[in-house]
Design a protein around this ligand. Structure first.
Ligand SMILES: Nc1ncnc2c1ncn2[C@@H]1O[C@H](COP(=O)(O)OP(=O)(O)O)[C@@H](O)[C@H]1O
Ligand SMILES: [Mg+2]
Length: 409
């Protein structure tokens, strides 16, 4: 595989890093892709194992077939056989209809079985059979069916150890590990840590339209020294949290917010030295917890914008009138519909609630007027550059434009 091919593969799958073990893993994935060999992907949680089955499937002759990713650890033991192999109508309470399983649906395609060590022993026997002969039986049936599926499995525990403890079938283990692709832990690829952080910080600023967080030299070194038990997933979460909480006001002409080691250290957890990475449960992101995290980050992010904006209004109101007004905070309407842009809560929007707000108090009216004064002042400061002014005000350019129009500017 040439360097250029490797680079374009990384671009295609958004894979950052130049570590030799990572490159090797990607090369093996591309090499085995055209075959039907079963592949085992091993590596700690959060190292990026899920990219491998996707690469294999999309570079194989099965690429037009279906691809299913199934987390064996997330399916209750009682339903896993039915999920994988299907069931007949009436085969158990609640089986009102016949249902085809993943192995039947994926005929001609690929199945990725994540956390394979979590598969119960009885299901392991059924998996071995389908791997060896393509044969399987729906739950509640006696009819043998055939399918043509390529299986890629992943594990973050030592499968051989599971075999020695009687938790994993030895024959299945040997069947799965013919080709093993090992993804390196993040601490084994220190040179990639800052590349990854920069990528996540820049993705985050593009996604939320706010200042991009950058690190001082000592903060960068600190990142590379941490042991990253949750690997890339943990680094990504920390990059997002730091970006959300530390995004500071931009200085003109800059799009960065520089964080030093003291600030960064607040976000890096301390962990007991002897804790094995696989034993640390706090970095396992389920889709639900990831969504929850995102919602929390959005709320914090918006609250932060509110607070900064309010501060400005208070200062400005104080300056304009030679005193400080007691200003009630805006109602946090965005907490209910937090996908709305933050600026919509500042009481100068076009919706009916706003008109009501406008009619309420003369003092609030004067706040509104001083908003315009503030906007004009910030615009002057930036020589009329709306982009920079909007950034300093913490609102979008679109909103700034709307406000100017609204006030006939
Ligand atoms: N090389 C990489 N470059 C950028 N992001 C990555 C890379 N590897 C993994 N990620 C991201 O890290 C997170 C964890 O990856 P994932 O494949 O789910 O880990 P695992 O399955 O090993 O627990 C995902 O958000 C993924 O997009
Ligand atoms: Mg995973």
């Amino acid at each position: 595989m040439t360097n250029q091919e490797l680079q374009s593969l990384k671009n295609r799958y958004d894979i950052i890093g130049n570590n030799p073990s990572l490159n090797r893993a990607l090369e093996v994935a591309v090499t085995v892709a055209p075959t039907d060999i079963t592949v085992l992907v091993s590596g700690e949680s959060g190292v990026g194992k899920e990219n491998i089955p996707k690469i294999i499937h999309q570079n194989s002759s099965r690429k037009r077939g279906k691809y299913f990713a199934i987390n064996c650890g997330a399916i209750p033991e009682g339903t896993i056989d039915s999920e994988l192999f299907g069931h007949e109508k009436g085969s158990f309470t609640g089986a009102h209809e016949m249902r085809r399983g993943y192995f039947e649906e994926a005929d001609g395609g690929t199945i990725f079985l994540d956390e394979i060590a979590e598969l119960p022993l009885a299901s392991q026997a059924k998996l071995l059979r389908v791997l060896q002969s393509g044969e399987f039986i729906r739950v509640g049936s006696s009819k043998v069916l055939k399918t043509d599926v390529r299986v890629i499995a992943a594990t973050n525990v030592d499968l051989f150890h599971a075999v020695s403890k009687g938790k994993f079938r030895e024959d299945l283990y040997y069947r799965l590990c013919a080709v093993t692709i090992t993804m390196p832990a993040l601490r084994e690829r220190p040179d990639d840590i800052n590349l990854l952080f920069r990528k996540f910080a820049s993705d985050f600023s593009a996604k939320y339209g706010y200042a991009r967080v950058a690190l001082t030299e000592d903060a960068s070194i600190m990142l590379t020294k941490y042991r990253w038990p949750g690997n890339i997933r943990q680094l990504k979460n920390i990059a997002e949290t730091v970006s959300a909480l530390e995004s500071c006001r931009l200085s003109p002409g800059s799009d960065k917010c520089v964080i030093d080691m003291d600030v960064l250290s607040r976000y890096i957890p301390r962990e007991p030295e002897n804790l094995l990475p696989a034993m640390s449960p706090s970095h396992q992101d389920t889709p639900e917890s990831a969504a929850e995290r995102e919602a929390i980050i959005r709320s914090i992010f918006q609250l932060k914008q509110d607070v900064e904006y309010l501060k400005k209004i208070i200062v400005e109101a104080g300056l304009a009138n030679g005193q400080t007004h007691a200003i009630a905070p805006p109602e946090h309407a965005h907490m209910q519909h937090n996908h709305e842009p933050a600026e919509d809560v500042y009481g100068y929007d076009d919706d009916p609630e706003d008109q009501e707000y406008e009619a309420r108090e003369p003092e609030e009216m004067s706040i509104k007027a001083s908003n315009m004064g503030l906007i004009e002042k910030v615009l002057r400061k930036h020589g009329g550059n709306r982009k920079e002014a909007a950034a300093e005000l913490g609102i979008s350019e679109r909103t700034l434009y709307r406000k100017l129009k609204q006030f006939g500017k």
